[in-house]
Write a protein that binds this ligand. Structure first.
Ligand code: HEM
Length: 392
């Protein structure tokens, strides 16, 4: 998609058809709009502005909207409560405390390759890793983890605007049912944690108390489902895009092998260079706004192409080059503004550990098919499969 993005930046506000989205692709415009309170992702406010598409398409399975789909003050109240369940914002206790467990899960997955000299990194590593982590974080019992995969899949697919446009009845029903089953399962677990709290995130969400009061059970559920969905495929793709990029830059892979301290900077550069979330399509302006002299009328859809902004030469020097030593790296990979990724500290740590251990453990890894087959998804970018061979 990157050559397409380069072309897109030539028309910073692209509006191709009546009723279609306004596509924004330059770094500074995206950054400004993500901070602009006149740009909303809240279905209720959008409906008031004349865009009820979100109300119709959102398959909530009976749950109230999560804070991803709310404007302030509701957004801030729920996000604050979720945050306090993670511990202090700048040193999230829960995430810091998971370092050892994350390494253990990664080691277990790599041990699972056994004597094989080739794997599909997606199926055998990247996919099972984050779903296991989210389950452990929430406190989902291990024997239930496989059921989660079956529910999370159709939900993630239903978030793709491409799929949604062509969504047939069957597809929509599967997504709705999966969300409902997931909701019912989590409701059962949350009831248990309300009676008998444990040291897990679900207990903290259920028993949250603070200046904002407590979360209702429905809010606990929609927040948990949000964490599951938002944190799953995104992390799969960051790990897979990361390994693919490293295999295409063997010098950097070799450095990581001997210099694990490179991992944090490397992961930031990956979030710029190959961001899993390429585009934020869920924004509508609730009043007329002007961007670069173009008036965007109230009720219009706005697509913010994060991945195009990340390679904007007006913002980054030599943007098409993958350079983990890059110093000035305020990328848009986690978005920006009030909806900036809530799970960023976890996603960073998971990917740093995953890539470091893969670099350390795999002898002479080589890429199979290049380019690999990609998922058909305009929002989330990542290979469907990534064949890797190695000597041991
Ligand atoms: C929001 C990216 C992992 C939870 C976002 C947004 C982006 C993003 C771009 C902004 C969406 C918008 O503005 O509409 C990513 C990437 C990840 C990742 C690239 C992995 C590499 C995670 C994880 C979790 C998570 C692991 C949870 C544990 C969330 C939540 C929001 C969010 C809850 C909504 C925040 C809000 O509305 O205030 N993420 N994410 N994400 N992310 Fe992530």
């Amino acid at each position: 998609p990157y050559p397409v993005y380069r072309e897109l930046r030539g028309t910073p506000v692209l509006h191709e058809e009546e009723g279609g989205p306004y596509v924004i692709s330059s770094y500074w415009d995206i950054e400004a709009l993500l901070h602009d309170p006149r740009i909303s992702s809240d279905a209720a406010n959008l409906a008031a502005a004349g865009d009820d598409a979100l109300l119709q398409s959102e398959e909530t399975g009976g749950l109230p909207p999560s804070f991803l789909r709310l404007d302030p003050p509701e957004h801030d109240r729920l996000r604050r409560m979720a945050n306090s369940a993670f511990g202090p914002p700048h040193r999230p206790r829960r995430i810091d405390g998971m370092r050892g467990e994350l390494r253990e899960i990664v080691t277990g997955l790599i041990d699972g390759f056994g004597d094989a000299r080739g794997i599909d990194l997606v199926d055998e590593f990247a996919y099972p890793f984050p779903v296991t982590v989210i389950c452990r974080l929430l406190g989902v019992p291990r024997e239930d983890e496989p059921r989660f995969r079956a529910w999370v899949d159709p939900l993630v697919a239903s978030l793709d605007p491409g799929t949604r446009q062509g969504a047939d009845e069957e597809f929509a029903r599967t997504a709705r049912e999966a969300r409902m089953q997931l909701g019912m399962y989590l409701a059962g677990l949350a009831e248990e944690r309300a009676k008998e709290p444990r040291d897990d995130l679900l207990s903290d969400l259920v028993n949250s108390r603070g200046p904002d009061g407590a979360m209702t059970m429905m809010e606990v559920l929609s927040t948990s489902v949000l964490l599951l969905i938002a944190g799953h495929e995104t992390t799969v793709n960051l790990i897979t895009n990361g390994m693919l990029t490293l295999l295409r830059h063997p010098d950097v892979l070799e450095r990581l092998r001997h210099e694990p301290d490179l991992a944090p900077r490397l992961v930031e550069e990956l979030l710029r260079y190959e961001p899993p979330v390429q585009l934020v399509p869920q924004r509508t302006c609730i009043t007329d706004i002007e961007v670069r002299g173009v008036t965007i009328p109230k009720g219009s859809r706005i697509w913010l192409v994060l991945a195009a902004g990340n390679r904007d030469p007006e913002r980054f020097k030599d943007p098409e080059r993958f350079d983990p030593d890059r110093e000035d790296i305020q990328h848009l990979g986690f978005g920006s503004g009030i909806h900036i990724c809530f799970g960023a500290p976890l996603a960073r740590l998971e990917t740093q550990i995953a890539l470091t251990e893969l670099a350390r453990r795999l002898e002479n890894p080589r890429l199979g098919q290049d380019p690999p087959p990609y998922r058909e998804n305009a929002v989330l970018r990542g290979p469907r499969h990534l064949e890797i061979t190695f000597d041991g």
